[in-house]
Each structure stands twice: as C-alpha cells, then as structure tokens.
Ligand binder design. Structure first.
Ligand SMILES: [Zn+2]
Ligand SMILES: [Zn+2]
Length: 307
C-alpha cells in the first residue's frame, strides 16, 4: 500500500506545487482524496490507471479541493469508462456536480454515485473500512481514516505436513481458526500451523483543519497520517483565524495519536522552501516528512518515501 502525493499547495498552485489531492493505492485499485484543479494532469505523471479509480473522498467544498473533479470525471467519460465511481463528500457536493454537469452538457456514460456524508463509517468493503470525522475549518470539512481489515496469518504447510494433517478440508478449517481432530485422535489447534493474523494498515487524511481532537481520534495508531501544515508557528494567529494548522500543530496531533509517520502538506504558497516547516514539525514529532508533488510513501510499519 502506498500514498501518492498529487498536490501540496494551499489555495492556489505554484510553479512547483499543485493544489490538494492524494491517492491511496492498494492491490491494483486506488482511492482518491480531494481533487483540486489540475489533479488529472498530475495523475498523468504517475503510473496509476484512471480505470482503476473506484472511490473519491472529498474533504470540503473549497475550490482548491474540488475544482478538478468535473474534469477528471469528464476524462473518464472520454475513455469510455464503464465501472461505477463513488464520490463521498460534504453537503453541497451533489448539487455542485449536478450543476456543473448540466451547465457543460456532460452526460456520464458510467454510474457516478455521490453520497453526502456525515461523521461515522462511510464505507465498508471486504478489505477495508473508511471512517469520517468533522474537522475544525471555516466550512464543514471531514477528515478520513482508512482501516485495512486484518489479513489471515500465513499457513505453514511444512508444519501441517510434519504433524500429519492431511491436505484438504482440514487445512481450511485450521485457517478459519477451528481446531481439528485427526484420525489417530490427536487434536491440532490453529496456532500449530497458522501464524497470527496480520493487522491491517491504517492511514488518516486530515485537511483542512486546525489541530483538533477529531484528527487525533482519526489518526489513532495510524501507520501514516497525512495532515495539513499550512503555516509555521510565527503565523499561528493567521492559522487559527483561517482554520488551518501550523507545522507544530500537525506534529502535536501526530504525537498525541501515536502514529507511525507524519506527512505534512497543504503549504501556504508563501513558503517556497518548506524546510522551516519540516524542522518545526520534527522538533515535536521526529518521524515527519514533508510532502512534495508526486512523492510516493510506502505505508507500513517501516513507512518511508520511495525515491
Ligand atoms: Zn485548502
Ligand atoms: Zn479549505
């Protein structure tokens, strides 16, 4: 599983940074978080295939997070996309898409399911769940947390053979966690032949927001927290007035939530060089990296940038 940064600039793009969007890629399909203007152009610069996009999660209705969505959906149409795309977002997202579609004579040839969410569980598939919580911004904004479900532990065939378990249905029973009794009366328990479940990975995405308990709750125990850090601490009053975080604020959320790694993003265009933001965050939460456009971060106990 990896996180791919598509845009890192707050409000408007700069020559080197596009506005907000990020992708969580797993097993050949991917989830899009936010879709600022130009996101589809950034996608062209990755190896992601548009046809594998299933879900879009929009945090809030500010333009730097949603203005790219109609264009991206339009491109899917031109590519004769035929799988359903599900969009989750705050109240207002349905009317926004409906009005743009109508005004631009856009008729999707594939199903687009738009759901206006409230806080809580917004999606459950057989492989992961997605939870939303209300953040602390000037307009209604949601953060999201993706929790992969635990994956079954590795079945040790060598041990099963050594213990004389015949191949076949008994393997399945043991894999499902049930003890089995062999023909000679011996009982084999799952832990004799199956490793413990592998915990699922967790990623939280919190932007735009001031530091808030909701972000801490979303990020609790996450392998990777993607959190906005619009300003340095010198600008804390501006941050509070505009519903944004300083780098120190983002790092405090990461520390309080006990995450594995923090990825800061959504930088004010005033910072051409984000080194001061990174240093400020690292003083509070050492395992912090600064996002840059098209950076890929492997998600896991050993989260790190993939260069
Ligand atoms: Zn923003
Ligand atoms: Zn905003």
């Amino acid at each position: 599983m990896k996180w791919i940064v598509l845009g890192t600039s707050s409000g408007r793009p700069t020559a080197r940074r596009n506005v907000s969007a990020g992708v969580l890629a797993r097993d050949g399909e991917w989830l899009l978080f936010d879709c600022g203007e130009g996101t589809q152009y950034q996608l062209l610069r990755t190896d992601l295939r548009l046809s594998r996009m299933r879900y879009v999660f929009v945090t809030h209705m500010h333009g730097d997070h949603v203005l790219g969505l109609p264009g991206l959906l339009g491109t899917l149409n031109l590519a004769r996309h035929d799988r359903k795309v599900t969009v989750f977002g705050p109240p207002g997202i349905s009317r926004y898409l409906r009005d743009v579609f109508r005004a631009t004579y856009f008729r999707p040839t594939f199903p687009i399911d738009v759901t206006e969410i409230d806080a809580g569980m917004v999606l459950e598939t057989d492989q992961f769940t997605v939870e939303a919580r209300r953040l602390n911004h000037r307009v209604t904004a949601f953060g999201y947390a993706v929790h992969e479900k635990a994956r079954p532990g590795h079945f040790r065939i060598d041990d099963a053979m050594r213990l004389g378990v015949p191949a076949g249905p008994l393997y399945g029973q043991l894999q499902r966690g049930e003890p089995v009794t062999l023909a000679d009366g011996r009982t084999i328990v799952p832990s004799d032949v199956v490793d413990a479940d592998r915990p699922g990975l967790r990623v939280a995405y919190c932007t735009d927001t001031g530091p808030t308990d909701a972000a801490v709750e979303l990020a609790r125990g996450a392998d990777l927290l993607v959190h906005e850090a619009t300003y340095t601490i010198e600008m804390v009053e501006e941050a509070e007035a505009r519903g944004h975080s300083t780098a120190a604020g983002a790092a405090t959320v990461a520390r309080d939530a006990g995450v594995g790694q923090l990825l800061i993003t959504h930088f004010s265009p005033r910072y051409e060089d984000v080194t001061p933001l990174l240093a400020e965050a690292r003083a509070i939460f050492a395992n912090t990296i600064a996002a840059r456009d098209l950076l890929e971060v492997r998600v896991g106990p050993d989260s790190r940038p993939m260069d």
